[in-house]
Write a protein of this length. Structure first.
Length: 342
């Protein structure tokens, strides 16, 4: 009898332990990187109590700027405070990012992060900068916007990607990109490397919002940008698109073939846009921001508004965003010779 009672007691203890373990798995963990944020986020914090500043390191009207401005009202709703959007373009985004890195990590200064343009600021030795991913705390990713090669509507010298390649073997074409260290310019250099027999001359602008009018006005022949930069104009017939650099055709421009299906190569790239803040903030404050951004980004109304603009929403929590950023950093490391970052 005693043996039966003992076995029953042991079974009860095992069941209690099992239930506790399942509860732990279901408890939301801190979204930020474990290397950047302590897991101790118990208890509430009096945040926010004033306006938060969002630094956009690109000019107003750029795709990243537009997407951020669409999202902020949803974040404001979650946090119960206002967010002031401030554009600070220049140095391929690093005027804004340097400003944020030097700010107090109290949660009241955050920034739009754009990958892979972020890497040039410290991976290019010419910039002489030591600030890098480790100086920031990730909040969340909002967008993954595939690269697209645009051309003028009504272009007669070429009508598709392959005829463009043939034409460019004997005639120089001018292609626009938004900054030397931008994802657009990186794509141009990768395209040149894959097709060394074509003649492409690159013109740089501060942002996609600055380069787009160059193509619409006939001042350049091609424009390397993202789906969100020109999908609306493609639908309206104002621009054409030669290809999209994604694994599959994009729902927003379904008639545009992928680069890979046209060439048999394997090249997928674009721009990822998320949010981060200076490292070293109060874990409870960081978690409040992360939770608010998660709810805001996944809000159906936000997703619908972004889809209307041709921008692909792709939520990643802080851990996933940091891991993705570190992996992409390794890819860019291999591109340094092509980009002249020696």
């Amino acid at each position: 009898m005693k043996r039966t009672r003992l076995i029953a007691l042991l079974l009860l203890l095992v069941m209690c332990f099992s239930l506790t373990a399942c509860g732990d798995k279901q408890t939301p963990s801190t979204s930020g990187s474990s290397s950047q944020v302590s897991s101790s986020t118990d208890g509430d914090v009096d945040f926010p109590t004033k306006t938060i500043t969002l630094v956009i390191p690109w000019a107003a009207g750029s795709s990243g700027d537009n997407g951020a401005r669409i999202l902020m009202p949803f974040v404001e709703k979650e946090l119960g405070t206002s967010i002031a959007v401030v554009n600070n373009p220049g140095a391929s985004g690093w005027l804004g990012w340097d400003e944020v890195a030097a700010a107090d990590p109290d949660g009241y200064t955050i920034s739009l992060l754009t990958l892979p343009s972020f890497y040039g600021g410290y991976m290019n030795p010419a910039n002489n900068r030591t600030t890098n991913l480790d100086d920031f705390q990730m909040i969340a990713n909002q967008v993954s916007d595939w690269a697209v090669l645009y051309f003028q509507a009504g272009e007669t010298r070429f009508t598709d990607f392959n005829s463009m390649l043939e034409y460019a073997k004997d005639h120089e074409l001018i292609i626009g990109a938004s900054g030397v260290d931008s994802d657009d310019n990186m794509m141009v250099e990768r395209l040149k490397k894959l097709h060394p027999d074509i003649k492409l001359s690159t013109v740089q602008g501060k942002s996609s919002g600055e380069v787009k009018p160059m193509l619409l006005g006939g001042h350049i022949d091609l424009w390397m940008a993202n789906v969100g930069d020109g999908a609306t104009q493609v639908k309206n017939g104002e621009l054409g698109a030669l290809c999209v650099f994604s694994n599959e055709r994009c729902d927003m421009i379904p008639d545009v073939p992928t680069y890979n299906e046209l060439t048999g190569n394997n090249l997928v790239a674009g721009s990822d846009r998320g949010y981060f803040m200076p490292a070293g903030g109060d874990p409870a404050v960081v978690k409040k921001l992360q939770d608010a951004f998660e709810k805001a980004i996944n809000d159906p109304e936000h997703i619908a508004a972004m889809t209307e603009l041709g921008i692909n929403v792709n939520y990643m929590n802080a851990d996933d965003l940091l891991a993705y950023a570190k992996d992409t950093e390794k890819v860019i490391e291999e591109l340094k010779p092509v980009l002249g970052w020696n």
